[in-house]
Design a protein around this ligand. Structure first.
Ligand SMILES: Nc1nc2c(ncn2[C@@H]2O[C@H](COP(=O)(O)OP(=O)(O)OP(=O)(O)O)[C@@H](O)[C@H]2O)c(=O)[nH]1
Ligand SMILES: [Mg+2]
Length: 354
């Protein structure tokens, strides 16, 4: 009797030990996997969709932000951007029959004289002239028609800040860096470490001449993030003024997601620039560019229409796809999106090792 009780207890103890052993083994395997694992996220999308802005947000959130030296590069780009935006607006005024005030006609001549004399320099005089010109109603009216010519949406943000930007001690703040447009050439990578995992984010240029290089970055991708600028429905391509930006984006999306490299990969679609999309809807009906659109000119119906258009391109319907409507310059939104992506990937990998 006593003997059989001890036998039973021994068996039970062994069973507990075996289970504990299994748990420890599982933990070790997961930890080992975490150490080895580097998840590669590839950001694709046409030019100006917001890929680099996503990368900048990740750098602010998880990698300590930008160095003084990087800040100086942005400072230069922002200042020269203000000069370019002013030139573009001045040259476009005539297209819309807009006239500057008499005083600003003189300021315009002085401005062109100074920037011609010193093409790549930015001086306090130039900043002062930009300020006076930007205050002119004709310049504002011209900018309101910006979907009819090529000027970044963020030009207004920077021209509004010309006094700060022209200051000799000007240092770009976080929003200035996020709004600054420097088209990517080649590739930019960012590695971030979070809870023992390494996330490698790969950002490539999206303009036509840059897309030829994409194929070099297709290997070992764990997750593909395709960025779409929703406001593009109302705009023409920077590279070719005859093509609608949204149509171009749909065609590039179709080619990429159905490419054999990505058919089995996780796909995240970011419908970005919802803020400008909403502003555009008040001025430009969707059916101007997409005559087949029968819905109301509202954010909900419009964004759903474009979402369906993109999803229809997927040949393999069971692909693991998730999508988010985003505003690339809003850190909280982008943080939440990244947290969701991380969670789903981590769960997938843990399932694979356990
Ligand atoms: N208002 C607004 N601006 C945005 C948003 N996302 C990005 N931008 C701005 O859009 C411009 C283009 O963004 P980028 O991130 O440089 O675009 P990209 O896809 O990297 O472009 P390429 O490098 O040419 O392929 C920048 O001026 C950004 O500040 C958004 O959601 N809202
Ligand atoms: Mg870029």
């Amino acid at each position: 009797m006593g003997n059989s009780k001890t036998k039973k207890e021994k068996k039970k103890r062994k069973e507990i030990e075996r289970k504990n052993h299994q748990i420890i083994e599982k933990q070790l395997r997961t930890e080992q996997y975490q150490e080895d694992v580097e998840m590669k996220m590839l950001l694709l999308g046409t030019g100006d969709s917001g890929k680099s802005t996503f990368l900048k947000q990740m750098k602010f959130l998880y990698s300590g932000g930008f160095s003084f030296h990087e800040g100086q590069t942005y400072r230069k780009a922002i200042r020269m951007g203000c000069v370019d935006y002013t030139k573009i607006l001045l040259k476009t005024l005539r297209t819309f029959d807009l006239d500057l005030s008499k005083e600003n006609i003189r300021n315009m001549q002085d401005f062109f004289g100074l920037v011609k004399e010193k093409p790549h320099t930015f001086t306090p005089e130039i900043a002062q002239l930009i300020k006076l010109l930007w205050e002119d109603t004709a310049m504002k009216k011209c900018f309101q028609q910006r979907h009819k010519f090529q000027i970044p949406a963020s030009a207004g943000y920077f021209l509004d800040r010309i006094t700060e930007i022209g200051d000799e001690y000007y240092k770009p703040n976080k929003n200035d860096i996020l709004f600054c447009r420097i088209p990517t050439t080649g590739v930019k990578e960012l590695k971030i470490e979070i809870n023992g995992y390494t996330w490698k984010l790969v950002d490539v240029g999206g303009q036509r001449n840059e897309r030829r290089k994409w194929v070099h970055y297709f290997d070992d991708v764990d997750i593909l993030i395709f960025v779409i600028a929703l406001d593009g429905y109302a705009e023409k391509l920077f590279e070719n003024h005859l093509f609608n930006r949204m149509t171009e984006s749909i065609s590039v999306f179709g080619e990429i997601v159905n490419n054999s490299y990505f058919r089995k990969k996780d796909l995240v679609i970011l419908f970005n620039k919802i803020d400008i999309f909403q502003q555009n809807l008040t001025k430009i009906p969707i059916k101007h560019a997409f005559p087949e659109y029968k819905g109301k000119n509202t954010y909900e119906e419009g964004s759903q229409f474009f979402k369906e258009k993109f999803l229809k391109c997927l040949i393999k319907k069971n692909q693991n796809v998730s999508s988010y409507n985003t505003c690339g310059i809003e850190t909280d939104i982008m943080k939440n999106v990244f947290e969701e992506i991380k969670k789903s990937l981590r769960e997938k990998y843990i399932k694979m090792v356990c």
